[in-house]
Design a protein around this ligand. Structure first.
Ligand SMILES: C[S@@+](CC[C@H](N)C(=O)[O-])C[C@H]1O[C@@H](n2cnc3c(N)ncnc32)[C@H](O)[C@@H]1O
Length: 284
């Protein structure tokens, strides 16, 4: 049994800035306003967290998850490790029948509420909750927002890569208990293998070293070897895994033009080997 508390994960919080900035090159709703809000909130931002070339990967990740989430038709959503993502506010404003719950560490959730609250009024159907994805009770407590007869879709972008394999397994088990209760699927943007990390290192040589120094978390050491490794690991935890390459959404990206990148560069240097995943509970 792994013992943990929130403080062990708080060094990961700055990566929410690393992923919020590149979205300003895209047309993702509220991205620019949120980043202005981040700049206002923090007196200084480490310049190593400002990486333009991440824009393509992060726009693709966000839009591919949006598409997979739309395909579920789900109106009950949990997004954990939500950081400064604008998906929750955009979806909750667009559809008042949705219940959208974000879970992130309490220190991050507090900043998110402030930054978002300065941009727009937070609607009644968006709940920004302080919690830890490794703590089952933190998932259980948000179930009160949901109708027991409706399925729940669980979403995340970009936490698994920071976690050790033991930590990933704890998160997966927590998700499994929610899906066993409500039905539904888990959609994750975090399907990059070691091949993806190696490719990313070629395009952005500093990125994984910066992350290691900032967070103390080794994204290369914590990466899956291959898609088969993903399938075996999560298969043993009761899930089947469906992969969707980030290139599936390449046609909808706006950041390549903003950065002056060719479609070949985008496909081969920035999106190759990256996948989103849809996890379903295996039938007993
Ligand atoms: C790379 S950021 C991704 C943020 C957002 N999903 C995005 O794509 O912009 C990682 C996020 O994981 C959050 N986080 C770290 N450890 C966590 C934990 N144990 N439980 C929940 N969230 C956590 C951080 O606070 C941060 O917001």
């Amino acid at each position: 049994m792994i013992k943990f508390d929130d403080s062990q994960f708080e060094d990961i919080i700055p990566t929410a800035i690393l992923t919020a900035y590149p979205r300003t090159f895209s047309n993702i709703t509220y991205s620019k306003q949120i980043f202005e809000g981040i700049r206002t909130y923090y007196e200084t931002i480490d310049e190593n967290l400002i990486v333009d070339r991440l824009a393509v990967e992060l726009e693709a990740r966000s839009k591919l998850i949006d598409r997979l989430l739309a395909e579920t038709g789900s109106t009950q959503i949990i997004e954990f490790a939500s950081g400064f993502s604008s998906r929750g506010i955009a979806m909750a404003e667009f559809n008042p029948d949705i219940q959208y719950v974000e879970i992130d560490l309490p220190k991050m959730a507090d900043v998110k509420r402030k930054v978002l609250g300065n941009i727009t009024s937070i609607p009644h159907n968006l709940h920004i909750v302080g919690g830890n994805a490794l703590r089952k009770a933190d998932f259980d407590k948000v179930c009160d927002y949901f109708d027991a007869d409706e399925q729940v879709t669980i979403v995340n972008e970009g936490l698994l890569r920071y976690l050790t394999f033991d930590e990933k397994a704890i998160v997966a088990k927590n998700i499994r208990t929610i899906l066993e209760k409500f039905g539904g699927v888990w959609i994750s943007g975090d399907g990059g293998t070691k091949a993806f990390r190696n490719n990313q290192n070629k395009a952005m040589p500093e990125i994984n070293t910066t992350i290691l120094h900032k967070t103390g978390r080794n994204t290369i050491g914590n990466a899956f070897e291959s898609q088969d490794h993903f399938k075996k690991f999560f298969g043993e935890l009761g899930f089947s895994v469906e992969f969707h390459s980030y290139t599936e959404i390449q046609d909808e990206l706006t950041s390549p033009k903003a950065l002056g990148l060719t479609q070949d560069e985008v496909r081969d240097k920035l999106l190759a080997y990256a996948s989103a995943m849809v996890f379903r509970l295996k039938k007993a």
